[in-house]
Design a protein around this ligand. Structure first.
Ligand SMILES: Nc1ncnc2c1ncn2[C@@H]1O[C@H](COP(=O)(O)OP(=O)(O)OP(=O)(O)O)[C@@H](O)[C@H]1O
Length: 261
């Protein structure tokens, strides 16, 4: 599997070996509904962290804050030692380039070929030469098992294939952090395994820091170094997957897991 197009410690010499993401006292409200309540948490570089918890507990909101799709009401967010919030617009754009996201609904550009979907941002945002972007896109398509689909339009692909293109598109920006928001929820059950296999490969073969929101508990158990259990906008328990799934300490975690497993 070609991993040369993916970030390696050599290619990202500034990647810290310690903490990569830090949220401090982050509060997010929608109207009078407090979704995140003075949330503190951090993720070390290269770790694979999964957020689990009941629907509406604020998991997706955390990914959207990191992607700057929404802003906190209070608190600070830091990525690789630089402020993402609060920060001047120019700095936000710089810091934000280090973060890639894959959404539940693949959000591919329908009017562009698969290859162009992957090359568009590296060329327009990073200023990469078109030839180089295309070469990297071809390698990434091989990585996600879709080398033969580069000229197809998204509508000609299955949901699972579209999601694998979306993963390749996020990786094309060489992010330090990959945010995965319930990436298999919109897929027919028979297409889930192929997408999860690709993500397992990426987790195993790269040093990308992953932050996943998932309802696939087996996947969470497989790829995570750390699982954070959320409830009502706060982390109520965290630990390695063996502990959270095997010997949860918190009653809410136990109730949640017995309902979903
Ligand atoms: N743009 C918005 N406007 C108003 N309320 C919102 C908005 N986005 C999210 N919320 C509310 O914030 C709460 C947390 O939403 P979020 O999507 O983060 O939860 P979640 O834990 O990811 O849930 P799920 O597992 O169902 O995806 C929910 O009650 C949701 O309705």
């Amino acid at each position: 599997m070609p991993t040369d197009t993916l970030p390696t410690p050599e290619q990202s010499p500034s990647a810290p070996s310690g903490e990569l993401i830090r949220l401090e006292q982050v509060t997010k409200r929608f109207g009078d509904h407090t979704v995140l309540d003075r949330l503190d948490f951090s993720v070390d570089a290269g770790r694979h962290v999964t957020l689990i918890g009941p629907s509406g507990s604020g998991k997706t909101t955390i990914l959207r804050l990191l992607m700057t799709l929404t802003k906190p009401d209070e608190g600070t967010i830091t990525v690789a030692g630089r402020r993402l919030f609060p920060a001047p617009e120019k700095q936000v754009r710089e810091v934000r380039k280090q973060i890639g996201m894959v959404f539940q609904q693949f959000n591919l550009f329908p009017n562009m070929s698969v290859l162009r979907n992957i090359t568009e941002a590296p060329v327009t945002v990073l200023g990469m030469a078109k030839d180089e972007a295309e070469e990297r896109a071809r390698d990434l398509l091989e990585l996600v098992g879709l080398a033969d689909k580069r000229d197809a339009r998204p509508t000609q692909l299955s949901g699972g294939q579209q999601q694998r293109v979306a993963i390749a598109r996020a990786l094309a920006m060489r992010p330090k952090v990959l945010l995965l928001d319930e990436v298999t929820s919109a897929l027919d059950p028979e297409l889930v395994a192929g997408v999860l296999d690709v993500l397992r490969d990426i987790a195993r073969s790269t040093d990308i820091t992953m932050l996943c929101v998932t309802h696939e508990m087996n996947f969470a158990r497989d790829i995570s170094d750390q699982v954070l259990m959320f409830d009502s906008g706060r982390v109520i328990e965290s630990g390695p997957p063996e502990q959270i799934f095997g010997e949860p300490e918190n009653d809410r975690t136990r109730e949640f897991l017995s309902a979903v497993l």
